[in-house]
Design a protein around this ligand. Structure first.
Ligand code: ZN
Length: 322
């Protein structure tokens, strides 16, 4: 695992540990302010319903020209009323979701405590997954071709209902710089199910083994995000045989691509990257795994479609005022 870790983000980890990466919030804060003000001024006043909301450069204020209703542009977002700047939320979230850095490594980059950064990431993560469908449907892209559905087994930590205890530098001493894997009781058997279609990646974590697995949630979500869903390609697990959708299967033990060209290679590839990423948590609760895997898939979809960073901001903010 050590060698694989180094293949993804290894140099970045070293630079972080050297303290060589300086955080400059201003450019990102400026983008956040522009996007949020644009969202505000494009909507009706929540008080009088007129299209008369205004924003000015250099002011936090949003106000209604008709009824005099006032607020600040961060209202309803995780950025509101926080000691952190919006850029700190977003940088923490991107480093969490898109690299192998742990929160223990991210917190000092921002010169914040573990708890502050952990809570900021959780807030952004919740808002991001809520807002993603709206923003995804607005992004100009064509999703076509078959949807590959595949599953993989995962055992999470036995720390019921909570995240495993996080490591601290004082628990260090291993050759990997203090990383020790959570070694509590074995927890719930989970099945990760992925639907990959073109640039879309949807991952859901369900309790239980694949053989009694309910595949509907992930297929429904993929369908909502890329209608119409069309053909589904799977391997030949029993759970797939009861699916209502049109689907074709490839038999994995014998072949990776069927005679008709059916395969689940995109999903297999996604698993290998996801497993690397999940390893940085050193154990996750059931809920933690569900949330993390889902977030990973959605953020990867944004990356694969080439979405600009402001689409991430839009995801976080788009539902904030509803
Ligand atoms: Zn008004």
């Amino acid at each position: 695992m050590t060698n694989e870790r180094a293949a993804l983000g290894g140099m970045l980890e070293q630079l972080v540990e050297l303290g060589s990466i300086e955080f400059r919030p201003e450019p990102l804060d400026a983008i956040v302010e522009r996007r949020l003000k644009a969202i505000w001024t494009a909507r009706a006043c929540p008080n009088c319903d007129a299209d008369t909301l205004h924003a000015l450069d250099g002011s936090m204020r949003i106000w209604c020209g008709r009824c005099d209703w006032k607020t600040t542009y961060t209202r309803g977002t995780p950025f509101n009323d926080s000691e952190l700047a919006p850029s700190e939320f977003l940088v923490a979230f991107v480093l969490y979701a898109d690299t192998l850095l742990s929160i223990n490594q991210i917190a000092p980059l921002l010169d914040r405590t573990y708890k502050t950064v952990f809570e900021a990431i959780k807030d952004v993560e919740a808002a991001f997954t809520r807002g993603f469908p709206t923003v995804w449907n607005r992004i100009d892209h064509t999703i076509a071709g078959p949807t590959q559905v595949d599953e993989t087994q995962q055992v999470c930590s036995g720390f019921k209902g909570q995240d495993p205890p996080r490591d601290s530098p004082s628990r260090g001493g291993s050759p990997e710089g203090g990383r020790t894997r959570w070694s509590g009781d074995q927890g719930d058997d989970m099945t990760l199910v992925a639907a990959c279609r073109d640039v879309l990646r949807v991952i859901s974590a369900e309790e239980g083994s694949a053989y009694d697995e309910n595949l509907d949630p992930v297929i429904e979500e993929a369908g909502d995000l890329s209608q119409p869903l069309g053909e589904i390609w799977t391997d030949e697990l029993p759970a797939y045989q009861t699916m209502e959708h049109d689907h074709r299967t490839v038999v994995h033990d014998d072949e990776y691509v069927s005679d008709e060209g059916v395969h689940t290679n995109q999903a297999e590839c996604l698993w290998s990257v996801l497993q690397l990423w999940l390893a940085k948590f050193r154990g996750l609760s059931k809920q933690g795994l569900e949330q993390a895997a889902h977030t990973f898939g959605l953020l990867r979809s944004l990356t694969l479609v080439g979405a600009p960073v402001h689409s991430l901001i839009d995801c976080v903010a788009v539902n904030a005022f509803r």
